[in-house]
Design a protein around this ligand. Sequence first.
Ligand code: GUN
Length: 284
Amino acid sequence: MTGATIIDGKAFAAGLRTRIATQVATFREQTGRAPGLAVVLVGEDPASSVYVRSKGKATREAGMESIEHRLPADTDQATLLTLVEQLNQDPTVDGILVQLPLPGQIDAQAVIQAIDPDKDVDGFHPVNAGRLATGSEGFVPCTPLGCLMLLKSIHPSLSGMDAVVVGRSNIVGKPMAQLLLGESCTVTVAHSRTRNLAEVVGRADIVVAAVGVPGLVKGEWIKPGASVIDVGINRTETGLVGDVDYDTAATRAGAITPVPGGVGPMTIAVLLRNTLVSAGRREG
Ligand code: GUN
């Protein structure tokens, strides 16, 4: 038995990408150039290589310029910083994404801080984290912004709702909490040291799970009717699973994202959106 609305992130992302492609075509007519996204990959981590390839493909499919830089795994920090500076200065580049994780000899924070905050379409620069926290215009990390779009497709107003974010990473948990606060939710951030997670999750109208632990959030914990967004993508012997025990959660939730096909496809779609927004600001 499942009463929950299954939130089809794959279809939502496809629709968003179609709308972006239309806006890119208009941008090209008006400016005579395509928005450009530079993606930098250091080394040959297989998962990162797959991500970078699919980002490049999606960028081109949207009618944007994909500028790809693949550097060897033993690249030193100075070389990478020089490349970032070159991309900062390049007027054909609207967005810069340095794929994480970076090899051990490179200080990832130093690289992120070298990116021009106004080209930081990942939203990882501390200036953009500060802008999000203070409600000023910047770039919001793609995955949490994609989660918010899915939530708003179910609840156009989130005002006053109790939201629990499980996970406190800089990439998902913290920006997700800021976004929900910006929507006037009452926000709790839970994490590995949280006492009585079951009770905390059980109070929530909105649960966003982003911890990377398969099935950590039990279905029985979910308040009947709650909306559940599962950011987890965990490879297990039984295939890809999320951070939420989906089968049980789906019998209690009002709406829930599947894994795969939920949050995952939104990340690239929002990256394209952020790049188009950046190009528009640069021309405006
Ligand atoms: N590695 C895994 N996800 C991401 C992402 O969204 N951006 C970057 N730069 N690296 C990643």
